[in-house]
Design a protein around this ligand. Sequence first.
Ligand code: SF4
Length: 495
Amino acid sequence: MGRKPLPKMPAITATHIYDYLMCPHRVYLDEFGDKALMDEESDFQRLLWERGSTHEEEALERLGLDVCRVDLADPEERERETFRLMKKGENFIYQGGLSSGSMRGRPDLLEKTEGRSRFGSHFYVPVELKSGSAYQDEDAGTLKEHYVLQLSFYADVLEQLQGTKPENGKIIDGEFRVVPVELAPFELDYAQRLSEIRALFSGEMPSEPCIGSICGQCHWQTYCLDWAKERDDVSLVRRVSRPRKESLKKGGISTVGALADLAKKKSLPSFDRISTGALQQMVRRAVVIKQGKPVINSPVELPVVELELFFDIETEPWEDVCYLYGVVERRKDGQRFLSFFADSHADEERTWHAFWEYISGMENYHMYHYAPYERRILAQLSERYSCDPELFRTFFANSTDLYRVVERHTDWPSHSYSIKSVSKSLGFEYSEPDPGGLKAAMWYQDFAQNPETGGALKERIIQYNKEDCEAMIVLKDWLVAKSRELEPSRRKGPG
Ligand code: SF4
């Protein structure tokens, strides 16, 4: 995207580091974009923000941290006050202000630690309060990069102010765990990101949208999608990430049309950092977008059973509650929907046992779900509440994740492969214009506050859950029908 020379280099903040890792173009647009083109803040985003603040307060209370608060609105006054408190040696400084040169930030917490510094025998380390898990992959012990690099940023600014660089920071995460973080291993990564942001702000690094799943949570979504559609931008193809988009562009492919045209070539050209398999998939998907119809590439074998269960759960992430298990039972002679609904957070355990009681009465069934979420949440709940391990094992042993099938065997004319998007391509319609699990979670919050008068909300949530199950039926039947169509040609063989 071309742009005029930038008038003034903005100060770099820890939020820039966080956002840059999500999408560099967001950082660019937030600083230089036309604010009139931004999407309005949704109820959901507002709620997320409120939840974040509530979580911080809860974390301080649970951990018994007696903090000194800095709630001055003016950034310079805030920084002066923070410096004064640091000099004085307060144990914990909450929401202080730090700045040095072109870097400015507001760390959640500064924690006093013993050691030499400009202040005498103490210095400060940064602590971030997060409502999510600190880990990208907990089993592997991998921390979330965007959390850690924020700590690196504050450590960098703290070094300028106190004359001592903190070697460690801490993350207090959504489960109120205090996770210590050694910053040295992230030093190079941090320096690289910082210089990229500087290059972005100085105009040395060009910036343009790259459509991805993260766009769904961004206030520039409408603007960027319009931009991409107008140009038939190649990032409209699923799995064309920013590095891949750059490689394709270097090789002369910047549009979906140009990528689809590669299918007409006898052999595919090669592009930096894109494997042949990935390129073949992207080309296929570009062709499907141009044709506007989903395709199946290889047949899927799904079990033929007396009873099929199409299963979907609903959760409320802020209170960590699984409040609904919905199942459509389908037999030869018809189908029916069952729901197990927790009217309050305290009702979660009863609902869990009621659901497994129901499953224990089922035989010769095969269960369908969409994406790994159900399995992950049920595994967590089985640790929270008791469950017959054999029943649990059988439930998932007799199951198919339709999302995996979709990813492996099919291509769709959309960027998203969510059940909503996929079933919409097959003509399925939801009653809500813009359905979503988080929207349902917000309805549930309202319902849980006042269950006596919330009957209509409860029905709406159950209907939404039922429609997700029905969307899976439409998808499953399409997969079976399309697989049958492929079979005769496979039997005949080539020629
Ligand atoms: S909508 Fe997507 S591409 Fe545009 S700024 Fe946001 S995250 Fe980046």
